[in-house]
Design a binder for this molecule. Structure first.
Ligand SMILES: Nc1ncnc2c1ncn2[C@@H]1O[C@H](COP(=O)(O)OP(=O)(O)O)[C@@H](O)[C@H]1O
Ligand SMILES: [Mg+2]
Length: 355
């Protein structure tokens, strides 16, 4: 049995340590102890996250800030330090481990089964945004540089086109045209940030339902977990990425594009949950950019699939040869659908925000 929990300031002695949860990135264990308190022990995936120091510094800064403003231990993750006061432990093989208090009497849903689940995740991520509205986001480390720098993603697509590594350029001319037609617009939010028209915020960057802990009794949000990708960014990006995957009516690699739409009712449901929780803390300009966040996150994802297809599928794992192209098609279909529904999306945001 794994004994690394003994390297941390946990209460009591370890009784058991078993694999836990359904996370796909880190190795997660539930540690039970003689004190009756449970803990989460995680081996951080250092293939995905190379800057563990920066990542843990971000998590400690954000969770300490949240804890200082809300004393309920179930309302934020809490990092348990190592015996020598560090935020993570490095094992003899170089593996990196951390411990969190277990969030008690909570549940974590694997996928959205009803509109209500989607609304609860919107409330959770909206609350996270509001609670951190005054946090000095620029002090956080950009652990994955240029993560949502859409203009830089366009540059990477142009590189992939120029290199044509997999010899697939000829068959994707219409997709390239779609992408490059929107290349100028792609940089609009990054430019607004640079010009000081949008504030830098703390963003989560993995706003899935299974990264929200709900109260087991009330099924209302307790806190947001999985803070590995917390970084400085734009509020509209977290909102937008949730819409990209949560308001789509089909799977990411659906071949029948007639089935792929951005559902306006789901868009409105998410906007209500999100803005209900953090609308007050966002600027007018930020609120107006929420539809653009949805469009640009979807566009960005589409061009990343297209670039990877051109590069020979080296980044995203594929199960069949055209999967990245299918994924690109669904994302571009969603972008086109949002363009059609643009005025309606803007009207929903104005109505829900009340400004
Ligand atoms: N502090 C915690 N308390 C209770 N359960 C947790 C806690 N942290 C993580 N979990 C459970 O472990 C799962 C995986 O954790 P997560 O940090 O999301 O890892 P991954 O990055 O692999 O998705 C979560 O979906 C949740 O079920
Ligand atoms: Mg997770």
């Amino acid at each position: 049995m794994n004994q690394y929990s003994e390297q941390f300031r946990i209460q009591g002695k370890q009784l058991s340590c078993e694999r836990y949860g359904n996370g796909h990135i880190n190795e997660t264990y539930l540690v039970k102890t003689t004190s009756g308190l449970d803990y989460i022990l995680q081996k951080i995936n250092t293939n995905v996250f190379q800057n563990v120091e920066g990542l843990m510094a971000n998590i400690v800064a954000v969770t300490e800030y949240l804890a200082a403003r809300d004393g309920d231990p179930r309302h934020t993750l809490h990092v348990v330090p190592t015996l020598d006061g560090k935020s993570f432990f490095r094992d003899p093989e170089g593996g990196c481990w951390r411990v969190y208090d277990f969030v008690t009497d909570s549940i974590c849903l694997e996928k959205v089964e009803s509109e209500e689940d989607f609304v609860q995740s919107a409330i959770a991520f909206g609350q996270f945004q509001r609670q951190l509205a005054e946090f000095p986001a620029a002090t956080l480390t950009e652990t994955i540089p240029h993560f949502h720098d859409t203009a830089d993603r366009v540059r990477q697509l142009r590189d992939a086109i120029a290199a044509d590594k997999a010899g697939r350029l000829q068959e994707v001319q219409s997709e390239i045209a779609f992408a490059l037609d929107r290349a100028e617009e792609a940089g609009c939010m990054v430019r607004m940030l640079a010009e000081g028209k949008l504030p830098l915020r703390v963003t989560h960057n993995d706003t899935k339902l299974n990264n929200v802990m709900l109260d087991a009794a009330t099924r209302k949000p307790l806190c947001v977990i999985d803070l590995d990708t917390v970084m400085p960014g734009l509020a509209a990006n977290d909102f937008g990425d949730s819409i990209r995957f949560g308001a789509s009516t089909a799977a990411e690699d659906e071949k029948d594009l007639d089935k792929v739409e951005m559902s306006l009712p789901l868009f409105e449901a998410y906007a209500r949950g999100f803005l209900g929780a953090c609308g007050e803390s966002l600027t007018d300009e930020e609120i107006r950019t929420l539809p653009m966040g949805a469009k640009l996150m979807t566009y960005e994802c589409g061009i990343r699939f297209l670039a990877d297809y051109l590069n020979g599928d080296t980044y995203f794992r594929t199960h069949y040869p055209e999967q990245n192209l299918d994924r690109c098609h669904t994302q571009f279909k969603l972008v086109a659908d949002m363009e059609k529904k643009w005025d309606a999306m803007a009207a929903v945001i104005a109505k829900v925000a009340g400004r």
